[in-house]
Design a protein around this ligand. Structure first.
Ligand SMILES: NC(=O)c1ccc[n+]([C@@H]2O[C@H](COP(=O)([O-])OP(=O)(O)OC[C@H]3O[C@@H](n4cnc5c(N)ncnc54)[C@H](OP(=O)(O)O)[C@@H]3O)[C@@H](O)[C@H]2O)c1
Length: 339
């Protein structure tokens, strides 16, 4: 074979590989490493059995769906959140639809902002099951208000819950994992822990802080390769997050359901979370376009990201002022263009 032909073949293969990656990206609803793990990686059904998994925010949304999917694997579950009746409801559904028995599910009410209770809660879990294999830091609250209109107490509350509450619980569980030299600390962060969007300044700040904390902790734990620190960063997902979002005042949440059909199905987000946990991925992005595109730009082409964020951001504020879900209409435009 001549050198010229070989070079042509190489160039053609490179072009083909690029095309395949581009096609994968257009169809993606998660970062490409995560989707590769979904295709070729370890299955949650093989990897997560026999584990003790503690999920905060298990009474609603992503946490609720997560425990439903986990209850179909052979695990022991600890369900935490503030509303005990809701946790009992979720437990009943787990028992009805999963393969777990009464003794496999421990309902443990917990307020993430009540940091003085976290040590006792951790001891209670260890007493019940003897170990904690995975802590899923999922409980949290969002925000829908313009920065200039927002009382400082709102920023404080979001930091107390999303950042300090999560850090505090992690610090209680960590010594146990260090002693065993194994465990996974999986934190449901957000794309807003990487990028920024208007109407969520306090939320973005708390999630950026969390990402900084856990990225630092991961490096500090380098001598414990058996301990995984994982950031899960979803974009918009169907749940009660917007309804429960804080507004200008700490005493006032949005309080009404907004249309959610444009958001990712909770079950899909959770399936990808399980894939991430089974494959020990350090950070994953779970989102449809255009959010996924924005986060890729943010990471690799920040100047373009700012340009696009300004356009989408203006629309976001406009939607909010018109009483719509902040992310609804530019998403619709995108969808109709590509359907
Ligand atoms: N849905 C999305 O679009 C989206 C996108 C990116 C990231 N996330 C993240 O996903 C996580 C779960 O949110 P979600 O979407 O499932 O919202 P959700 O349906 O509102 O659920 C939030 C959960 O957090 C719990 N929680 C709130 N305050 C708490 C406190 N002080 N102490 C303990 N638990 C508390 C709630 O339970 P109680 O009220 O019973 O305490 C509830 O179980 C959050 O960290 C959120 O930031 C969500």
């Amino acid at each position: 074979m001549s050198w010229e032909l070989l070079l042509w073949l190489l160039a053609l293969s490179a072009l083909l590989a690029l095309l395949v990656q581009l096609l994968r990206f257009v169809r993606a609803d998660g970062d490409l490493t995560l989707l590769w793990a979904e295709w070729q990686g370890r299955r949650p059904e093989w990897e997560l059995t026999d584990m003790v998994i503690w999920v905060t925010g298990a009474s609603s949304g992503i946490g609720e769906e997560l425990v439903y999917q986990l209850s179909k694997l052979g695990v022991s579950l600890v369900l935490s959140a503030r509303r005990v009746q809701e946790l009992e409801r979720v437990k009943r559904r787990c028992l009805e639809n999963g393969i777990l028995k009464e003794k496999d599910i421990f309902v443990l009410p917990l307020d993430l902002t009540d940091r003085s209770s976290h040590e006792a809660a951790t001891k209670a879990v260890l007493q019940e099951f003897g170990k904690i294999d995975i802590l899923v830091n999922n409980g949290g609250q969002s925000q829908r208000s313009l920065c200039v209109d927002t009382n400082l107490d709102v920023f404080k509350e979001l930091m107390e819950l999303n950042y300090l509450g999560t850090v505090s619980l992690t610090m209680c569980v960590l010594p146990h994992m260090i002693e065993r030299k194994q465990g996974k600390i999986v934190t449901v962060n957000s794309l807003l822990g990487i990028i920024s969007a208007p109407l969520s300044s306090g939320y973005c700040a708390s999630k950026h802080a969390l990402r900084g904390f856990f990225n630092c902790l991961r490096v500090e734990l380098a001598e414990y390769p058996g301990i995984l620190i994982s950031n899960i960063c979803p974009g918009p997902v169907q749940s009660n997050i917007v309804k429960n979002s804080l507004t200008e005042e700490v005493t006032k949440s949005v309080g009404i359901d907004t249309v959610q059909s444009h958001k990712m199905a909770t079950s899909r987000c959770v399936r990808l979370m399980l894939i991430s946990m089974a494959n020990d991925l350090k950070e994953v992005w779970i989102a449809d376009h255009p959010f996924l595109l924005v986060v890729y730009l943010w990471q690799y082409m920040p100047t373009w990201a700012w340009w696009l964020t300004n356009i989408l951001g203006k629309k976001r504020i406009e939607n909010f002022k018109n009483g719509l879900d902040a992310d609804i209409s530019y998403f619709k435009t995108w969808k109709t263009k590509h359907d």
